[in-house]
Design a protein around this ligand. Structure first.
Ligand code: PMP
Length: 451
């Protein structure tokens, strides 16, 4: 798709790989053992590797290419903006930024209508926490163990994921609690209703024992993503909202991964009719075509900074190229009914398709999700639910399963013992079934590692 001959593409890929291994320092990795894949081109739900092989991308890269690769309207918007005005400082008004803020404010839940722009998700979390602390005059922040909130200092400390461990220097004020997760419940619940009730009791006890007057915010992913796509049981998020109201705590919904159509609604929290005080977003806001994130702010929090300066900012807050890409992305998602497609695919095709695999493969412990946001949890033993890879680790069973899928032309997002099926929101039935057939085959490898 990039117009190169296979030989030229291979030459470019070989040189890129060589220079990468010499000079590029990669995220979250032991540098020496890395063998990263070269991607030379991408289109819609597909990417091409350095050897010219086409792969179906069930990962949406970092679960962010919600609109698919190289959407012509978004590409054109970036080109037009680049030809007009590439950059302006954050203190000036710019039409792309103003319009992006309007489109986002119109879609965020309830009265969240002020938008602070950041460069990505982690700094959105940093700023949401800072706003909550300044608004309440308190410092503690409660976050769940099964979470990912970003790689910067506060965000990584809020994260429950093992990536926090080597980064944890006792960041003042972060307290972790358990969210609901019926499949691996901490609460000995057997029904969703019990899980909700007990998870809320646990949160209220945590608040009581930490001291309500010290707690600025509760932050959670409306549907936790990286940690396993655990759709919260009915009533849980409304219960968190009620506890935050009762104790004067700011409710931060982290929608960096779940937002902008991924769950089949603009925001995951819309499934539960709950309005947070602050909502963080990134990724899907412009499908990652140019780095962008932000915080949507409720009026009562924004009012804290009406007469008192907000002590925070970024050189690239509301960057024209990024916000022009957001305007084009959000308009295309609306006009082409891409959020509706995600909902329809989830209900009619992806959910039933994955559940059917679960019935046939002993390695599948549970399948869960909604929209184009699904986890397939792999286990060594269905009865004990022993994971196919340990928490925080990997296993040959997992790597072989993922390698089998890749060899057959399917890219998967993997975290410990889970395969995440998170294709672009634009995926069609035929494309999904092509990927499902490959996943079906790859799971026979995982089945071979069950007891
Ligand atoms: N919050 C959530 C829920 C995320 O999934 C992520 C990224 N995976 C982040 C925050 C951090 O975003 P970024 O990598 O853009 O800093």
């Amino acid at each position: 798709p990039n117009g190169l001959t296979p030989e030229a593409a291979r030459d470019i890929a070989a040189r890129a790989y060589e220079l990468d291994r010499k000079h590029v320092f990669h995220s979250w990795s032991a540098q020496k053992s890395l063998h990263p894949m070269v991607i030379t081109a991408a289109q819609g739900c597909y990417v091409w590797d350095g050897d010219g092989n086409r792969l179906l991308d069930f990962s949406s890269q970092m679960v962010n290419t919600n609109i698919g690769h190289q959407h012509p309207k978004v590409v054109a918007a970036i080109q037009e903006q680049a030809a007009t005005l590439c950059t302006v400082g954050p203190a000036y008004v710019n039409d792309a930024r103003s319009e992006a803020a309007r489109l986002i404010a119109e879609r965020t839940p309830g009265d969240l209508d002020r938008i602070f722009f950041t460069n990505g998700g982690a700094d959105a979390v940093e700023h949401a926490v800072r706003m909550a602390r300044l608004h309440t005059g308190r410092y503690k922040v409660l976050a769940t163990y099964r979470s990912y909130h970003g790689g910067t200092e506060t965000a990584v400390n809020l994260t429950g994921d093992p990536r926090r461990w080597p980064n944890d220097h006792g960041n003042a004020g972060v307290v972790h609690f358990f969210g609901p997760f019926l499949y691996r419940t901490q609460f000995h619940a057997t029904t969703e209703a019990e899980e909700t009730e007990r998870a809320l009791q646990h949160l209220e006890q945590t608040i009581a024992l930490e001291g309500p007057s010290t707690i600025a915010a509760v932050i959670l992913e409306s549907v936790p993503g990286t940690a396993g796509i655990m759709v919260p049981p009915p009533g849980y998020l409304a219960g968190v909202r009620a506890l935050c109201d009762k104790y004067g705590i700011v409710f931060i919904a982290d929608e960096v991964m779940a937002g902008f159509g991924r769950t089949g609604k603009w925001f995951a929290i819309d499934h539960f009719d709950v309005v947070p005080d602050l909502l963080t977003f990134a990724k899907g806001v412009n499908s990652g075509y140019v780095p962008l994130g932000g915080v949507a702010i409720a009026p009562h929090i924004a009012a804290t900074f009406d007469d008192r300066a907000y002590p925070g900012g970024l050189t690239y807050s509301g960057h024209p190229l990024a916000t022009a890409a957001a305007v084009a992305t959000i308009n295309a998602m609306t006009d082409e009914r891409i959020v509706e497609n995600a909902a329809d695919m989830g209900e009619r095709v992806i959910g039933p398709g994955l559940r059917e695999l679960a019935d046939r493969h002993p390695s599948v412990g549970e399948v869960r999700g909604l929209g184009v946001f699904w986890a397939v949890e792999l286990v060594r033993d269905r009865a004990t639910r022993e994971p196919l890879a340990p928490y925080g680790g990997t296993s040959s069973a997992m790597t072989e399963t993922v390698a089998a899928a890749k060899a057959a032309g399917l890219l998967l997002f993997v975290n410990y013992n889970r395969v995440h099926v998170v294709p672009p929101c634009t995926i069609g039935e035929g494309e999904f079934k092509e990927g499902l057939a490959i996943l079906d085959q790859a799971l026979t490898v995982a089945d071979g590692h069950t007891v």
